[in-house]
Design a protein around this ligand. Structure first.
Ligand SMILES: Cc1cc2nc3c(=O)[nH]c(=O)nc-3n(C[C@H](O)[C@H](O)[C@H](O)COP(=O)(O)OP(=O)(O)OC[C@H]3O[C@@H](n4cnc5c(N)ncnc54)[C@H](O)[C@@H]3O)c2cc1C
Length: 280
């Protein structure tokens, strides 16, 4: 068993990997936050929709509203997890992340405990194929999210909103409560300014102050709400769908889209359905 001196030395070496600083933190709810970090060195140019790795040492304190972790993190190693970048791809030294706290998780309670000026690790690599790169000019784009699955779309919109004025774009965001709709103001504003952008939030709870949709995402598509409100067709020859977030939502919406002839996009077999699952 390691003595406390060697554990402390090992912990210090994990913290030596810290290469970024938390510069802004907004709690959307106690378990949902927008975190901005500035890396000590700029990163290479990346594509909106890609992700990077964040990390903190296992000896860092956890947030006050977390619970004991399901599997204890070793105090002497860097806990690392992937996170989609929500900021524009024009920024390569300051990055925004949209993170939900898994109360018994290893990393998120420690990320939620970060204060302004707190240090953390951000990988030098930004990777992923969940991008607009393979959507042909002329097609429409529908971005479906639950929870923090919205993050890559915020980057898409901040980076490319004005690139393709002829492309109709829509975000369908599913959440339980109105207060879970992070970026609601920004998306509502974009929809009011850009005629080709549509924002369709939908809630599953029974909040009677909410005058918007109360349908599951699959139900919205089945009932033709997308087409009637935006003019976008559920047709793989005309519209590319992006799905991101909860694995159950991704599974259900993928199954429905398959009935419309959608196939998953892969490098070797192009399709009109793009999927990113936040599975750990
Ligand atoms: C490509 C990619 C991009 C991602 N981007 C984001 C992002 O932008 N924002 C974000 O918040 N997360 C994102 N994730 C998920 C993230 O990497 C972590 O899995 C998540 O934050 C939990 O980490 P943790 O260490 O706190 O929990 P862990 O200790 O890893 O997990 C503890 C337990 O919680 C379960 N769990 C994991 N994630 C969730 C969840 N979201 N809700 C409920 N239970 C969960 C696990 O199955 C496990 O049983 C992404 C994942 C991938 C693969």
């Amino acid at each position: 068993m390691a003595d406390s001196g060697s554990t402390r030395r090992a912990a210090l070496s994990a913290r030596d990997k810290y290469n970024a600083t938390a510069v802004a933190k907004t709690l959307v709810t106690p378990d949902l936050m927008i975190l901005r970090v500035r890396t000590d060195e700029p990163r290479s140019v990346f594509k909106s929709g890609q992700y990077t790795i964040l990390g903190l040492d296992g000896s860092e304190p956890r947030s006050a509203n977390s619970v004991p972790e399901a599997i204890e993190a070793p105090p002497d190693s860097l806990i690392q997890r992937p996170y989609s970048i929500a900021s524009t791809c024009a920024e390569t030294q300051e990055f925004e992340f949209y993170i939900s706290q898994v109360k018994s998780g290893q990393l998120t309670p420690r990320l939620f405990n970060l204060q302004m000026g707190g240090r953390l690790y951000v990988s030098k690599r930004i990777v992923g194929v969940f991008t607009l790169a393979d959507t042909p000019v002329g097609c429409d784009v529908v971005m479906v999210a639950t929870g923090t699955g919205l993050a890559p779309y915020v980057s898409f919109l901040r980076s490319h909103m004005t690139d393709r004025p002829e492309t109709k774009m829509a975000v369908i965001q599913g959440a339980a409560h109105p207060w879970d709709l992070g970026y609601y103001s920004e998306l509502t504003f974009l929809a009011s300014v850009f005629a080709n952008f549509h924002y369709l939030p939908t809630l599953t709870d029974d909040n009677d102050t909410w005058t918007g949709h109360h349908l599951r995402i699959e139900e919205m598509l089945k009932r033709g709400v997308l087409n009637s409100e935006t003019g976008i067709a559920v047709n793989p020859d005309k519209t590319h769908f992006f799905l991101c977030g909860n694995p159950r939502m991704v599974e259900n919406v993928s199954a429905l889209l398959a009935e419309f002839g959608y196939t998953r996009h892969r490098r070797k077999s192009p399709g009109s359905l793009h999927i990113e699952e936040f599975r750990s």
